[in-house]
Write a protein that binds this ligand. Structure first.
Ligand SMILES: [Zn+2]
Length: 145
């Protein structure tokens, strides 16, 4: 299960969102390493892996929130573990994940409102500038063999 990210047609890689989780102490958990059935394992940082389970040992999410590569983060949604009953986190948490996506949609709408189209001369000038290296989430990196 790879990380899910959201992009908008308008802003592409400059605003790429995802569901982030924070632990009870406010820290961000590391990606969880899963041994694959093949020879290669896999790091996963998808929100649903942070259910406090074992094999492999993993942290339990306290809150979920939308995050964007631009540095923006949405409001936190407290994970209601008691309310989930027997449902696995990947099912019970989808409602909060959807809320996070809505928060990110709101962020994109804000960005769109603040974005003023560039005059064509300036746009041409900017296109001649080399693009900065884009920031990527470490979530779907494969481990070296
Ligand atoms: Zn953004």
């Amino acid at each position: 299960m790879d990380d899910e990210t959201w992009t908008s047609d308008e802003f592409g890689a400059s605003h790429q969102g995802r569901v982030g989780v924070l632990l009870a102490d406010g820290s961000t958990p590391k990606p969880v390493y899963f041994d694959g059935s093949s020879s290669t394992g896999h790091y996963v940082a998808h929100w649903s892996v942070y259910d406090g389970g074992t094999w492999p040992d993993r942290a339990r999410a306290a809150v979920m929130r939308a995050e964007c590569v631009c540095g923006w983060a949405g409001a936190v949604h407290t994970v209601d573990w008691a309310g989930f009953g027997d449902l696995p986190f990947r099912e019970a948490g989808t409602e909060d994940a959807d809320r996070c996506m809505n928060d990110w949609d709101g962020h994109i709408a804000d960005v769109a409102r603040r974005t003023i189209p560039l005059p064509p001369e300036l746009e041409t000038l900017l296109e001649s500038v080399p693009a900065p290296r884009s920031r990527t989430w470490p979530a779907t990196r494969r481990s070296p063999r």
